[in-house]
Design a protein around this ligand. Structure first.
Ligand SMILES: NC(=O)c1ccc[n+]([C@@H]2O[C@H](COP(=O)([O-])OP(=O)(O)OC[C@H]3O[C@@H](n4cnc5c(N)ncnc54)[C@H](OP(=O)(O)O)[C@@H]3O)[C@@H](O)[C@H]2O)c1
Length: 285
């Protein structure tokens, strides 16, 4: 059976450029996914004009039925999954008027809970040699450093997915109760924006070593590697096109991570920026 790669939220932005790169470099089928079928098919047809041939499948990472349908499609047509890029994500605009608690819930639901739902559904069908990347952000590092010492310790001490999910739920719940600062969570990020996006990405930075260990402990499969990365400040809808990287530059590190050679020893379970392993808790640009 052919190998297969899936990129979430790839109808535009960095995900679209990752699909473009995979179509050129990955030896197998590449599935461009989008929550909206129309936007997804439009993106596929744009890439076809470049002579590339991604396939399309609908995927809303916040809809478990949609995730299950993709899994079913992958099992029926490919018998598993070889590359997974958890790229789909969102951020409120700097000038958003929605209350902090609402921004916290909506952002964590997509960036952390949605990504985790995809991971938990797809991890069991990853083939030997599979590569997974979660799109995190340097803003997770800034949000970590702005968190209280006790909260930082809880983050450092987390050993399982449930610990990470518990922290994300604690952030949302305490924001709703108006006590997130008292709980040790930051309100404002380093660039003056609400810290919700950075906190949601803390969850993704934390998951890499935890999931890598689960995969390493699974004796039934081998050479499966997961990493988190920051693509750098990239000009997309998410940044109001203010980023300095083009989408192809933003796609460089995630592409490097999913094309790592067989039996690679590093990076595994790490946070990577510009193809370099960084400690996400201390990393700054
Ligand atoms: N741009 C940067 O500077 C930067 C920096 C660090 C990290 N990142 C991360 O990189 C990733 C890509 O961001 P980007 O800058 O390329 O943003 P973007 O252009 O806004 O693209 C985001 C993509 O995610 C999709 N999406 C949102 N919610 C979804 C859901 N529930 N299910 C499926 N797809 C969903 C969007 O679909 P719709 O078109 O339907 O909305 C879109 O395709 C994100 O995880 C982001 O946090 C970006």
């Amino acid at each position: 059976m052919a190998k297969v790669a899936v990129v979430t939220g790839s109808n535009k932005g960095i995900g679209y450029a990752i699909v473009r790169g995979l179509c050129k470099k990955f030896d197998g089928d590449v599935i461009l996914t989008a929550r909206d079928e129309g936007r997804g098919l439009e993106a596929v047809s744009l890439l076809q004009k470049e002579g590339l041939h991604p396939k399309f499948h609908q995927l809303d990472i916040e809809d478990q039925r949609s995730i299950d349908q993709l899994k079913e499609f992958l099992m029926q047509n490919y018998g598993g999954l070889d590359v997974l890029v958890n790229n789909a994500g969102r951020s409120f605009r700097m000038d958003a008027i929605e209350p902090f608690a609402e921004q916290a819930e909506v952002t964590v639901d997509t960036n952390y809970m949605g990504t985790l739902a995809v991971l938990e559904t797809m991890l069991p069908i990853l083939n030997n040699g599979a590569r997974v990347v979660n799109m995190s952000s340097v803003l997770s590092s800034y949000a970590f450093r702005k968190s209280g010492a006790a909260k930082q310790k809880k983050m450092r001490d987390a050993t399982c997915i449930e610990n990470v999910t518990g922290l994300m739920n604690n952030f949302v719940q305490s924001a709703k109760n108006g006590v997130h600062e008292k709980e040790g969570w930051p309100s404002i990020g380093d660039y003056g924006q609400p810290a919700v996006y950075g906190v949601s990405k803390i969850g993704l930075s934390m998951l890499s070593p935890i999931i890598q260990k689960l995969l390493d402990d699974d004796n039934s499969r081998s050479d499966i590697v997961i990493n988190a990365c920051c693509p750098g400040y990239t000009a997309t809808a998410l940044t109001d096109y203010k980023g300095v990287n083009t989408i192809d530059e933003g796609a460089d590190t995630p592409l490097y991570l999913v094309l790592l050679s067989p039996n690679v020893t590093q990076p595994r379970g790490q946070f990577v920026y510009n193809r370099k392993i960084e400690d996400w808790t201390t990393f700054e640009l």
